[in-house]
Design a protein. Structure first.
Length: 1017
């Protein structure tokens, strides 16, 4: 069976593998149900990931039993079970067990100070006296008063990742524990394990009790004597910094990545994951040294991509994919979509995923799927891309799409003949302590060169000098890294190169290789001046600093993969339009992606090879012939590049001549002949239950005075500050403008109803639920007979308490993220919801904002649902502001047409819905998840009256928020996005700003323009 035979139903190996967040008590039946949900959605497997909220003891008996049940169920369904190696993140601390072993196992950071010294909780490493503007180490017995000292500070909540014994302790407590539990029976069934964001620091200089000896052994001189050079401009400081970071990087890579990678390899498991702070040279150097070196030891290296956007810079995915290609690895995984928010659309998911895939990633790990949304879990860097979402039943479209794409990219052989050196070692020598200001220009230059090459469709990899030292050589006129030979090497603006790199580049140039060097040129070797590098640079091509000059220099040896021009014949030059070329069996694949929001309505694509051309349809798995024209030694295609659209073009080379110059296979030029406009009013055919989120209430403690109404999330924080158990009463108020007896159904939805006494309008109501809604923790309580016209109240009385251990964990969470990321509370006060058949009216007007946001101040009143809606007026403003579900709208339209014309449905603009499904006369036409938002409906229309049905499906955003963020709809969402403090996801804001606003912010739901039916000739 060939790859082409598997396209419609790719196996699990290529399917998405999301994080499955185990974040509460674990019910075995519910675990099985959730695996079945994943299987039905086309998901290939899952990473079992302990996260904040977990109540089952991590790595305990119950934890292991739950994993075994999931292994067996995944086997039954042909899915893959993967493990995750930590309780929360970053990986390495083993839920606190390793740091608890003592100082030698704990993370340390270097710092310095001038006299007079503030001793504090600091351990002095060395002291120095100043003499003639130099600092000299004070030795034992020297009684002079020090002027300067270097010390280290401890982080007792994370490990020393430079220490082999500390990482070995982590492996023993986690990896060996899993192997002891599952190795004999399931060792060959479990696929592998994910390690997440290991690091030796974040913006600081690391220290280890093992560092001095390692430095002495590696470089032959005392680190203690020269420590000031790491922070100050001193004689020979760049050599010292180079040697320091080289030693630190080696220790980190060999202690962490190598030990874990080899452990997995010996047992047939796959080590996967990613490091922290992959984005810039500045952050990479002070967190992991050289991320590309780390990737060498993972069987499936990966990256992390957070938020609802893509970057102009391809650095993050290309770092991973370069090493994967060079070292002969098959897969490169991306952990994506964390922080992208509850309203992330399928078009967003596709854009973010394909932007990374076109730059070399080929396996998708979605962040995340939450076991439950109870309490803080709903704010755990949302969204949960799982059963809680109204669009869940359509998710298989996305997973099938990416499974097909992954299979092609994994099995294809990527083509690239240009190597761009990665200048991380320049960052090493330019870092002055934690001051990275001198590094920024080198990162920007490196990223700009990569952007220019991408814009010009010159495919390239990055070259880590650490990888080159281990796997580099010259073969003829090829600069070879691992398994890949390059015809051109580009050296970005740099300060230093390694001795091995310089040696190999000399050989490369001598044998006819093309070396392109950009100014400012490197002048140091291993951080020291060297004549060899001057001679090397003098013999290289040195283009001016612009895209055209760079491309002209590179293209003398390596031509662009394709050419794309617009309707005016001008080249398309965009960071958002990219190409990846692969060889697969007897074909070439051209993977062309538009990751931007600009539409290119008529582009001409020229492929530099002749052959028969077809389109691989990733939505269906079909392979369809394309129109193309032979031009010289290539073929030409005309196409539209919609926003976020991609094409996989298959070219089978042919020998000899084609019978004709032009073969018409798929498309013809069309022009609009007649447009049938539709009415803006649509009748409701079906609507899921509407909802009202009540996130504000008043409260009192121990029968005391009532507070003013305030956000429930603030009340939770206030009660945590008390620090001891109290009885709390919460009173929510809402208005009903109709007779509740006439409404078919109305429920209160809340979490943990069994822990509260519930009064509805002063009448006690049973707290047992009849079912759940949206999430297994969102319990439904029937309100029939308890509601009244006008004012209604819900009063909850419960004990608010948290254990001493919980309060201690809250305190620890202020110190380091590892503690905050596994936090759980014993009592959580949350919003409650009204769910049923009603409309929600705001008593204040709606106002438009940016990013499709609509604002209103409330308050809200429940009204009867209308019978029809204006489709181009936001549906939220028409009674559905908190709606999370699907609505089916219909209208009848009389249409008369000539049989010879084709009929096309066009939305005109992106629907404000996650999923839009079109049916005509009872037949489903298409489910729209992303561009293009049009479809040929010729076979569905009939002469005369036609029934048009649109089903719009929303997300959980307007139900769960954040409703009060100062940005309205932030593109990065974390736990703090729901509060009144600026967290790291909002670091672009003034830290003193009031993040929480009193008004409500909703995202649009509906259409912005009327759809139309176009008769084409």
């Amino acid at each position: 069976m060939t790859i082409w035979d598997l396209l419609q139903h790719p196996p699990a190996d290529y399917r998405t593998v999301p994080f499955w967040s185990w974040n509460d008590d674990l019910d075995h039946n519910e675990l099985v149900r959730q695996i079945e949900e994943m299987h039905s959605a086309g998901i290939g497997g899952f990473f079992i990931h302990a996260r904040g909220g977990l109540t089952v003891p991590y790595m305990g008996k119950e934890w292991m039993e739950a994993i075994q049940i999931c292994i067996k169920k995944s086997q039954e369904l042909g899915m893959e079970t993967w493990l995750y190696d930590e309780n929360g993140w970053p990986s390495g601390f083993a839920d606190g067990k390793v740091p608890a072993l003592g100082v030698a196992y704990q993370q340390k950071r270097l710092a310095y100070e001038w006299a007079p010294f503030n001793r504090g909780n600091r351990v002095t490493i060395a002291s120095y006296v100043q003499s003639e503007e130099e600092l000299h180490l004070l030795t034992t017995g020297d009684t002079r008063k020090p002027d300067f000292r270097v010390y280290y500070e401890l982080n007792p909540y994370y490990i020393d990742t430079l220490s082999k014994k500390a990482v070995a302790a982590f492996i023993d407590s986690t990896y060996n524990a899993y192997w002891a539990e599952f190795g004999e029976q399931f060792g060959s069934v479990l696929k592998g394990i994910f390690t997440d964001e290991p690091q030796f620091g974040r913006g600081d200089l690391p220290w280890s009790l093992e560092l001095e000896d390692a430095f002495q052994n590696q470089h032959g001189y005392s680190l203690r004597k020269v420590l000031p050079a790491l922070f100050l401009e001193t004689k020979d400081c760049r050599r010292v910094r180079y040697d320091y970071w080289s030693c630190v990087t080696t220790l980190f890579t060999e202690s962490y990545a190598k030990q874990i990678g080899e452990w997995c390899e010996q047992r047939g498991w796959l080590a996967t994951g990613h490091v922290v702070d992959e984005q810039t040279l500045m952050s990479q150097a002070t967190s992991v040294g050289d991320p590309l070196l780390f990737y060498e030891y993972l069987q499936i290296p990966g990256c992390d991509w957070l938020g609802r956007s893509v970057s102009e810079e391809p650095v993050v995915p290309k770092q991973v994919s370069s090493v994967v290609r060079q070292l002969g690895k098959k897969q490169a995984i991306t952990e994506s979509y964390g922080c992208s928010g509850w309203n992330v659309s399928f078009q967003d998911l596709k854009r973010i995923g394909e932007w990374q895939f076109v730059h070399g990633m080929n396996l998708m790990c979605q962040h995340l799927q939450a076991y439950t949304l109870r309490g803080l879990r709903k704010r755990d860097y949302p969204p949960s891309l799982f059963y809680q979402q109204p669009w869940w039943r359509y998710y298989y479209h996305f997973n099938d799409y990416f499974a097909r794409l992954s299979m092609l990219l994994v099995e294809g052989v990527r083509q690239a003949e240009v190597l761009l050196l990665h200048p991380i070692r320049t960052a090493w020598v330019e870092l002055e302590g934690s001051n990275s200001s001198q590094v920024e220009q080198y990162h920007e230059s490196f990223a700009q060169l990569s952007r220019w090459l991408c814009q010009s469709f010159i495919e390239h990899d990055y070259g880590s000098e650490g990888i080159i030292e281990r796997h580099g050589r010259v073969e003829g006129n090829l600069f070879v890294v691992g398994e890949i030979g390059y015809r051109v090497v580009v050296v970005p603006p740099s300060v230093t190169l390694s001795e091995m790199t310089v040696k190999l580049l000399h050989q490369f140039v001598f044998h006819g290789g093309s070396l392109v060097v950009l100014e400012p040129v490197p002048f140091l070797i291993n951080g020291q001046p060297g004549e060899e590098i001057r001679r090397l640079v003098n013999g290289a091509v040195k283009p001016d600093w612009n895209r055209n000059a760079l491309v002209e220099s590179v293209s003398r040896t390596v031509s662009p993969s394709i050419a794309i021009v617009d309707r005016e014949g001008l080249p398309i030059v965009s960071d958002m339009v990219n190409i990846q070329t692969l060889k697969l069996e007897n074909s070439y694949l051209y993977y062309l992606v538009n990751s931007g929001e600009k539409c290119y309505p008529d582009v001409e694509v020229t492929l530099p090879r002749r052959g028969i051309v077809s389109l691989i349809d990733l939505e269906s798995g079909d392979i369809r012939p394309l129109n193309y024209t032979r031009v010289g030694n290539g073929v030409k295609l005309n196409m539209t590049l919609y926003p976020t659209q991609s094409y996989v073009i298959k070219l089978v080379p042919t020998k000899g001549q084609l019978e004709t110059d032009e073969v018409t296979l798929l498309q013809t030029d069309n022009s609009a002949r007649f447009i049938q406009e539709l009415s803006e009013l649509w009748e409701i055919d079906h609507i899921d239950h509407n909802s009202l989120t009540m996130d504000t209430c008043r409260y009192r403690l121990e029968n005391g005075d009532w507070s003013e109404p305030k956000p429930i999330i603030f009340i939770q924080e206030e009660l945590l500050q008390i620090g001891y158990p109290v009885q709390v009463e919460l009173e929510f108020e809402f208005q009903i403008a109709f007779d509740p007896a006439l409404v078919r159904e109305m429920h209160l939805v809340m979490e943990n109803p069994e822990k509260a006494q519930i009064l509805i309008n002063d009448s006690k109501i049973a707290s047992h639920s009849c079912d759940w809604w949206r999430d297994v923790s969102f319990k439904k309580i029937d309100l029939s007979g308890f509601l009244q016209h006008g004012r209604n109240t819900i009063r909850l009385t419960l004990d608010f308490w948290n254990s001493a251990e919980t309060y201690a964990a809250i305190e620890r969470a202020q110190s380091f993220e590892s503690e905050g990321n596994k936090l759980k509370f014993d009592t959580e006060l949350e919003s409650v919801y009204l769910v049923g058949h009603f409309a929600v009216k705001s008593e204040s007007p709606y106002k438009n904002g940016e990013h499709g946001v609509i604002y209103t101040d409330g308050p809200f009143i429940l009204e009867e649902l209308p019978h029809q809606y204006s489709l181009i007026t936001d549906l939220g403003c028409q009674g559905l502001p908190f709606f999370a579900g699907s609505i089916q709208l219909v209208q009848k339209v009389a249409i008369h047409f000539e049989d010879s014309v084709s009929r096309v449905w066009q939305f005109g603009s992106h629907p404000n819905a996650i999923v839009t499904r079109l049916s005509i006369n009872g037949q489903e036409v298409r489910t729209f998840l992303w561009e293009p938002y049009e479809a040929d409906i010729s076979e569905y229309l009939q002469q005369g009256e036609n029934l048009i049905e649109l089903e719009l499906t929303s997300s959980c955003r307007n139900l769960l928020g954040p409703h009060h963020h100062v940005k309205g709809e932030p593109m990065k969402v974390g736990p703090d996005s729901f509060k009144n403090r600026v967290g790291w996801t909002d670091r672009d804001l003034d830290p003193d700003i009031n993040l929480y606003q009193s008004h409500y912010a909703f995202v649009r739901f509906g259409l912005s323009t009327l759809p139309r039916i176009v008769m084409m000739t």
